[in-house]
Design a protein around this ligand. Structure first.
Ligand code: ADP
Ligand code: GLC
Length: 486
């Protein structure tokens, strides 16, 4: 099958979170299974700077807000992604510094509705009029709200390809006003609750759900949770009515990029069977030195993630003083996001300089070092569609402490006498998103940390898990096949 992946980010070109990891590693896994996947991204400034020369294939005139954009379709040939990367080049919309969705002050770009509508129109054109007559997509797989209008535009064609839409995070829905709807010159019939109107505005995420042939989300538990009012963000009714049109498929990750045995960012490489104890210790020393914390055997905790309410940062800041007062544990935090959280964490670092190190910013090398150098990884998310960081920490022999939700519930098995005995224990799980539960679970983990035999077993159980894409990529392949045959 020829499969076109449409997304707003993909590692290594541009990434703000797990979406970028998935749109990189899932196409590679599908290509390995014999499919032909090509990826299309907006030609952000950062992407053009990183890809090297791109060939211009064609150009279209596409309506924007009050203007018609001259949109160029570019192509970059890549080895790793199998075939090609297509880029939608509209300098007025994408040639900007920094983050794809926000400017430096942390506010969304004001023209996001226009940016991703023009992108989606261009993706639909690419799918319907492919520049390569030998590569006509059977499936267009769209990811998150930024590509939600692609299935809608494709539905206007008499013989559209199969469309699959994946929800990576329901709390970001691309919600805009009626005024913007009119400005974007979208078909008037779409302004209806049956299509994309949503509580007085319109939702690009809803468009993706309504117009696609199949909807997936990134873990089985999250697929169930989004059908409830608590986690459904007002979409639960729509999702409940989807029945078999909605499937949860657990993410995998790129076992080559996140592999402690070969990771170039580490001070020492190791695996479950080779250099595990010494290797972990060397990475702990390196991380402590980098963080300016004293190098000793007291437990070292790590956190990597976007500083947003989803990730339970408030639980973390609330429990830290109590954790520091009652244990010798230290913590290294890497994150970027909301300024209030950053300020609060930096305030705590000033208060506990020999216990807490906070790095505000985005750093791939440091993320790898934290996964390898920490003893325990904290991930107290209030909700988590899948979560990749806990999986990285499992592979790096750094047991995660997680809230029982979404993909965290699907990957982390709490350590108890029973799960130790049957060799499934790989982390520590709490069941109520509050600071007291996080603290209790962290303390429980620290107790196990003083028992080297049990601890090493927990680490090794995690490291032995099959967390790559093999099983899940086959599920996507099966889904595409059955939709193409339908
Ligand atoms: P989400 O997609 O909700 O942010 P995931 O756990 O699925 O959460 O994926 C997060 C990805 O982004 C991981 O690859 C993680 O290492 C990376 N990441 C998040 N914040 C940072 C940061 N500040 N620096 C480097 N990598 C980060
Ligand atoms: C989203 C979710 C995260 C998931 C990632 C990749 O950003 O917040 O849980 O792992 O997408 O699917």
């Amino acid at each position: 099958m020829n499969i076109l992946y449409a997304a707003s980010e993909a590692y290594p070109f541009i990434k703000t979170g797990g979406l970028g990891d998935v749109t990189h590693s899932l196409p590679i896994a599908l290509n390995k299974l014999g499919e032909s996947v090509r990826l299309v991204l907006p030609a952000y400034r950062e992407v053009l700077a990183g890809t090297g020369p791109a060939e211009m294939l064609t150009a279209w005139d596409i309506p924007g807000v009050g203007v018609t954009h001259r949109v160029q379709l570019l192509q970059v040939q890549l080895d790793e992604l199998g075939d090609y990367l297509y880029l939608i080049d509209v300098p007025a919309l994408f040639d900007r510094p920094g983050n794809p969705y926000m400017h430096d002050e942390g506010h969304s770009w004001r023209d996001n509705a226009e940016r991703f509508t023009v992108f989606s129109r261009a993706v639909a054109l690419l799918a319907l009029q492919p520049p390569d007559a030998n590569w006509i997509p059977d499936v267009v797989h769209c990811h998150d709200w930024q590509t939600g209008l692609v299935p809608a535009f494709l539905s206007l064609s008499p013989a559209p390809p199969v469309t699959v839409f994946t929800i990576h995070n329901l709390s970001y829905d691309g919600y805009f006003s009626q005024h913007e709807f009119n400005q974007l010159r979208l078909p008037a019939i779409w302004w209806s609750p049956e299509f994309m109107e949503f509580y007085g505005g319109f939702s690009m995420l809803k468009a993706g759900m309504v117009f696609s042939d199949h909807v997936t989300t990134v873990s089985p538990t999250y697929a169930k949770e989004i059908c409830t009012p608590e986690i459904g963000y007002r979409y639960d009714g729509l999702l409940r009515h989807m029945g078999n049109k909605l499937t949860g498929i657990l993410n995998g990750f790129d076992l080559d990029v996140w592999n402690p045995a070969t990771d170039p960012h580490l001070a020492a490489n190791y695996s479950a069977t080779d250099n595990f104890i010494k290797g972990k210790r060397a990475n702990k020393t390196a991380l402590l030195q980098l963080a300016g914390l004293p190098d000793n055997d007291a437990p070292l905790l790590g956190f990597v993630g976007r500083l947003v309410p989803q990730k339970g940062i408030d639980l973390l800041t609330a429990m830290l003083p109590r954790l520091f007062e009652s244990s010798t544990a230290r913590l290294v935090i890497l994150g970027s996001g909301e300024k209030v959280f950053a300020a609060e964490l930096l305030g705590l670092m000033r208060k506990y300089p020999d216990r807490l190190h906070v790095h505000i910013g985005y750093s791939e090398p440091l993320a790898h070092m934290i996964e390898a150098g920490s003893d325990l990884f904290l991930m107290p998310s209030r909700f988590e569609p899948c979560g990749l960081n806990q999986m990285y920490s499992l592979r790096y022999g750094t047991p995660p402490v997680v809230n029982h939700t979404g993909g965290l519930a699907d990957t982390v098995v709490d350590t108890t006498a029973t799960t130790l005995k049957n060799s499934t224990a790989n982390g520590f799980v709490f069941h109520s998103a509050d600071a007291a539960a996080l603290l209790a679970s962290t303390r429980r983990a620290l107790k196990y940390f003083t028992n080297p035999r049990a601890w090493q077993q927990v680490c090794r159980n995690g490291m032995k898990m099959e967390l790559g894409w093999e099983a899940s990529a086959k599920k996507y392949q099966k889904l595409y096949r059955s939709e193409v045959a339908a």
